[in-house]
Design a protein around this ligand. Structure first.
Ligand code: FAD
Ligand code: EPU
Length: 336
């Protein structure tokens, strides 16, 4: 049985590198251990589940129990001529799973290379990048229901996946522990290089396969995004706002060059990074927190920033974007 640690530092459990503590911490490595931990330690509550802490901003110490599931394993559960179903433990590192898939010539997750975090968190906000979303390859999500303590499964359609959202962020928020995810990977690859300069980068490798896509995605990401091991951050701090075409058209009257992506149903996605840059925030500092100089959507911990400093910077940015464009930015990061 995994022990419960007391007054445990979280600096290495959140990619912002915020120096906070939790009253109790445990990292159980099986479903049985998670159930026993939660059933037998209610005096340590409230509790919170974390993965790799790459989408969390702690604004103060956590006065309760932090549970980091460490369920491991990558298991092929079905294989036919077209597809391979793979069950992956929640505690596996997402990018190690992508490397495993590409190394085994299984397609579907290569565009999602180098996204930090655990496999268990991947369905929660339906991780996405470079023209792909994890919902494209999810067969089902296995989870512990924290009301009944029963194990349940949600099929992809039951997960209500949307842009940066799923049932685990809405109806089932804080009511489950995801224990494993089953992915449907493919033997016949659909190479998707339509996003940004991905096609150009893949072209430079001279091959057009999933390994080349993984290589190109990693190269682009490393050129744009700060490495959390060096500069604390949680990727995009805000979601890209989705607005009606009339709102986008109104902004385009003054800013004809604004990039935008047309969605179905007269909706348009606007790049929050562009909106923030137009407000003059790119590369700016506020105390120990700042806005990354190459990607205005990424807030960074410049040196020992507190979670409150980062949160205050986020509030100021949202206020400017609202003042200039009348658009409310919604945080992608979970603020605790
Ligand atoms: P955590 O941050 O630990 O947790 C996130 C949320 O999930 C919390 O609410 C937590 O309570 C809950 N949770 C975690 N594990 C479980 C579980 N097993 N059961 C139930 N609830 C759980 N995201 C993208 O979508 N696309 C990107 O391109 C991208 N790029 C990034 C780049 C950088 C440099 C960084 C730092 C982050 C980026 N992100 C991106 C965000 C982040 O990688 C994802 O949100 C990732 O899925 C978070 O995983 P995690 O394990 O770190 O989750
Ligand atoms: N842009 C600017 N200024 C900036 C940043 C971006 O003008 O400072 C413009 C770019 O020129 C481009 C557009 O905004 O025209 C989009 O930029 P980019 O391709 O960098 O993507 P993004 O919309 O900023 C989203 C995701 C990322 C994901 C990338 C690649 C969200 C909130 N963010 O960023 O995901 O990696 O696309 O697909 O959807 C994350 O969620 O943490 C994350 C990093």
């Amino acid at each position: 049985m995994n022990s419960i640690k007391e007054n445990y530092p979280l600096r290495h459990h959140n990619t912002f590198g915020v120096d906070v503590k939790t009253r109790f911490f445990s990292s159980p490595n099986s479903i049985e251990e998670i159930v026993a931990l939660l059933e037998n330690n209610k005096e340590c509550f409230p509790f919170m589940i974390i993965g790799e802490g790459s989408n969390i901003l702690f604004t103060k110490d956590f006065n309760g129990l932090i549970v980091k599931p460490a369920i491991k394993g990558i298991e092929v559960i079905k294989n036919n001529q077209e597809h391979c179903l793979v069950k992956v433990g929640a505690g596996e590192i997402w990018d190690e799973f992508v490397e495993w898939a590409v190394g085994n010539n299984l397609g579907g997750v290569e565009n999602l290379s180098l996204i930090p975090g655990s496999v268990g968190s991947s369905p929660i906000q339906n991780i996405g990048a470079y023209g792909a979303e994890v919902c494209d390859v999810i067969e089902k999500v296995n989870y512990l229901d924290l009301e009944s303590y029963d194990m349940k499964s949600a099929s992809a359609s039951e997960c209500n996946f949307e842009y940066r959202s799923s049932i685990f962020k809405t109806h089932l928020r804080n009511r489950t522990v995801i224990t494993s995810v089953v992915f449907r990977l493919s033997h016949f690859h659909k190479i998707n290089t339509s996003y940004g300069n991905l096609n150009e980068e893949v072209g430079k490798t001279g091959v057009n396969d999933i390994r080349a896509v993984r290589y190109a995605v990693i190269k682009i990401r490393n050129s744009k995004l700060p490495d959390p091991k060096i500069t604390g951050n949680a990727g995009s701090f805000f979601k890209n706002p989705v607005v009606g075409t009339e709102v986008a058209d109104r902004i385009k009257e003054s800013y004809a060059s604004m990039p935008s992506y047309t969605l179905t149903g007269d909706m348009v996605k606007l790049p929050a990074g562009w909106l923030i840059e137009q407000c003059g925030w790119k590369g700016r500092k506020m105390g120990n927190a700042g806005v990354h100089e190459r990607q205005a959507l990424v807030l960074v911990n410049l040196s020992n920033a507190t979670g409150m400093e980062i949160k205050e910077l986020a509030v100021k940015i949202s206020e400017s974007v609202f003042e200039k464009f009348g658009i409310t930015l919604e945080p992608e990061v979970n603020i605790i």
